[in-house]
Design a protein around this ligand. Structure first.
Ligand code: BV8
Ligand code: ZN
Length: 248
């Protein structure tokens, strides 16, 4: 781990925050891996793949209905809320999230890329028309509702084995390759191509901060590691940033 120099935060103009399920843990939403994670109780290939939806659309639709319920009941936590302030602390701030729960947006983050889609929208698998997921669930909880084109609606998320939106992915890579500060929060950094953003930022010389109670495959690359829950570490880091960036 390189030695951390606060000057790199003081002078940073372009900043990327890369978040995962861990940032929503303190909002009561399960992570995927690790103890108590979703994948401990369910198998991703049975629920979060196009094959699973073809095989048993009702099962997949009901599961995403349950996840929509838990996300709708959840509230943004101090980590989500503190990150909103980063938009005024740094000239250029972009939050790139793997989360589909919509909590960054609900907290007020405007500069946001949801690289794995969102639970808050449903999309017709045939014509691509999208609609509000809550509305679609109100129409049908058991099976995915039909579209006027004859297709079925599915959650507007990216499933395993599906390509990410090309424009979203290339924007994410561009920003990671040109930022001066890259902060990863609450991600096991194991799902690709999203996890590749960390290497791109590091290779481009960005100061890399990792916030995660557990180590990840990229912990050794971090200039600073905060091994604490995001809901504690991000507000504290925000105070430090405010102090470091105060005009002297
Ligand atoms: C694709 C939406 C082209 C759906 C998701 C290269 C190498 C190996 C495999 C692959 C590769 N390239 C492609 C693959 C396959 C696959 C992949 O990466 N597999 C992994 C599992 C090895 N990738 C894909 O399929 C991607 N598509 O590549 O298309 C293609 C096409 C055909 C064939 C091949 C390739 C699509 C990936 C997107 C899938 N969709 N989500 C839904 O949500 O239902 S991924 C989903 O899981 C999330 O979005 C997120 O990305 C991921 C979970 O990761 P995390 O968010 O990091 O959560 P996790 O639980 O793992 O970790 C939580 C962390 O938080 C932990 O570290 C924990 O310590 C920490 N934590 C806990 N509490 C706190 C905390 N941190 C802070 N505070 C706390 N309080
Ligand atoms: Zn349609």
């Amino acid at each position: 781990m390189a030695s951390f120099d606060p000057d790199r935060i003081r002078t940073a103009e372009r900043v990327v925050v890369f978040s995962g399920a861990g940032v929503s843990k303190e909002s009561g939403l399960d992570t995927f891996r690790g103890a108590g994670g979703l994948w401990e109780r369910m198998r991703p290939e049975e629920l979060a793949t196009p094959q699973a939806f073809r095989r048993d659309p009702g099962k997949v639709w009901r599961w995403y209905g349950w996840r929509w319920d838990t996300a709708a009941k959840a509230e943004p936590n101090p980590a989500h809320l503190a990150l909103v302030e980063w938009e005024s602390l740094f000239p250029e701030l972009l939050v790139i999230t793997q989360n589909v729960d919509g909590l960054h947006r609900r907290a007020g983050t405007r500069s946001l890329l949801e690289v794995h889609g969102t639970l808050l929208r449903a999309r017709c698998e045939r014509c691509g028309r999208t609609r509000d997921m809550g509305e679609a669930l109100a129409e049908s909880r058991e099976e995915p509702p039909a579209c006027s084109c004859g297709g079925r609606f599915r959650p507007a998320v990216v499933w395993f084995g599906e390509n990410l939106d090309e424009a979203v992915l290339s924007r994410a890579y561009e920003e990671a390759a040109s930022c001066e500060l890259f902060v990863s929060v609450g991600t096991s950094s194991t799902v690709y191509p999203a996890a590749g953003l960390i290497e791109v930022a590091h290779r481009a010389g960005a100061c890399f901060i990792e916030v995660n109670p557990e180590p990840t495959p990229f912990s050794d690359l971090a200039d600073l590691r905060l091994a604490a829950p995001a809901g504690e570490a991000i507000p504290k880091l925000t105070e430090e940033i405010r102090r470091w960036r105060q005009p002297s």
